[in-house]
Design a protein around this ligand. Structure first.
Ligand SMILES: Cc1ncc(COP(=O)(O)O)c(C=O)c1O
Length: 360
């Protein structure tokens, strides 16, 4: 396994971590940990990264991130296993996706040593504040923003890369979620930025999330931008359905995020002989299958949400809802996959796939 440069942490910074008290109610991404990594890109080169205290940063209001949204990010987790080891889950996949997102947003790629060195250093420096309850972890947020000032639409010359951390619990407060079908607006179109992890995609999902919340839903499900017919994904997770004991998930393309959890679940499912169909899923056909009982599970998956079952789909008029007649937990494909994934991440089961990345 590659060895990445570890950034130094001064005694003052170590003290910040030592004095940090984990909040009793964690929530997800609510509390930012005391240290962060930063690295400047200027004159066509990445400069020396460093670990510093989390806090306000000076940015000029004309910086291109504020004017034209040149930003990319990642979401990943570090776990404290029962045996005391600190590990991450497939972080090199996040690194690769970060650079794919950066290329789409005309931002500089980041070298593996720099990305992984910053991420590992942040995790290592704060390994003692990783929460260890069910579904808890240190959530990591690497991101890059354009910092060159200027009001003309052009590529920034300067960037800042950060790695923040957040001791976090479950993404959803409910065990099963209700999902609103968004039939009018679209999240991403072919050739757009849907498969990049960039802030604008999430900003575009917020009006739907306001409506969803008003109607008592937890999430939005997005359809394709051309025909408003085929399921794409949730606002921050990938989509799976179980029909007649087979798994169905939308095929990847330029409009949905290529989820690392999605790909891991596909491998886990295939490994135990479950057929996985990566295909177009017509929302109205899915609703018919839910009504007939042929589709008995729908679930969301992602780093944040892990595997979260969907209790019902519903229309944005607030009146029509389609409850999913899910099997008991011991017969649920989603429950089994969630348990297997968590067991690998937390060290309760052997990692036959080579997904667990130790932070020594
Ligand atoms: C839009 C979107 N889809 C899917 C996912 C799931 O991706 P992953 O499993 O890599 O976290 C995420 C989360 O990062 C997301 O934001």
């Amino acid at each position: 396994m590659a060895h990445y440069p570890r950034l130094s942490v001064t005694p003052d910074l170590e003290k910040l971590v030592k004095d940090y008290v984990l909040p009793s109610s964690l929530g997800f991404g609510k509390h930012v940990a005391p240290l962060m990594a930063t690295c400047l890109y200027t004159n066509g080169e990445w400069q020396q990264p460093k670990i510093e205290a989390y806090g306000p940063m000076p940015f000029v209001p004309a910086a291109k991130i504020f004017q034209y949204g040149q930003q990319v990010f990642e979401g990943m987790k570090a776990y404290r296993q029962k045996n005391g080891k600190t590990v991450m889950f497939r972080p090199l996949e996040n690194f690769k996706r970060f650079n794919l997102s950066a290329a789409r947003l005309a931002m500089p790629e980041i070298p593996e040593e720099l990305f992984m060195g910053c991420v590992e250093s942040v995790v290592h420096a704060m390994k003692n504040i990783i929460p260890t309850g069910e579904g808890e972890s240190l959530y990591l947020r690497p991101f890059m923003v354009a910092t060159e000032p200027g009001l003309s639409i052009s590529v920034s010359s300067d960037y800042l890369f950060f790695v923040l951390a957040s001791p976090s619990g479950s993404y959803f407060s409910a065990d099963r979620v209700s999902v609103m079908i968004e039939r009018v607006n679209a999240r991403a179109a072919h050739g757009g930025t849907g498969s990049a992890k960039t802030s604008g995609n999430y900003a575009a999902s917020l009006t739907a999330s306001i409506m969803a919340k008003k109607l008592g839903y937890h999430q939005t499900i997005w359809l394709d931008a051309c025909e408003h017919k085929y399921i794409e994904e949730f606002s921050g997770m990938n989509f799976f359905a179980v029909m007649n004991n087979e798994l169905f998930t939308p095929a990847l393309g330029t409009t949905i995020l290529h989820g690392i959890t999605r790909s891991s679940l596909i491998s886990l499912a295939k490994h135990q002989g479950i057929k996985v169909n990566e295909a177009k899923i017509d929302i109205d056909e899915l609703i018919s299958s839910v009504r007939s009982g042929d589709c008995n599970e729908v679930f969301a998956c992602g780093t944040a949400a892990i595997v979260t079952p969907v209790a019902e789909l519903g229309e944005s008029d607030g009146t029509t809802r389609y409850p999913i007649k899910t099997p008991p937990k011991e017969k649920s494909v989603a429950a089994r996959l969630r348990q297997q994934l968590l067991a690998i991440q937390t060290g309760a089961a052997e990692d036959h796939f080579g997904w667990v990345h130790p932070i020594n």
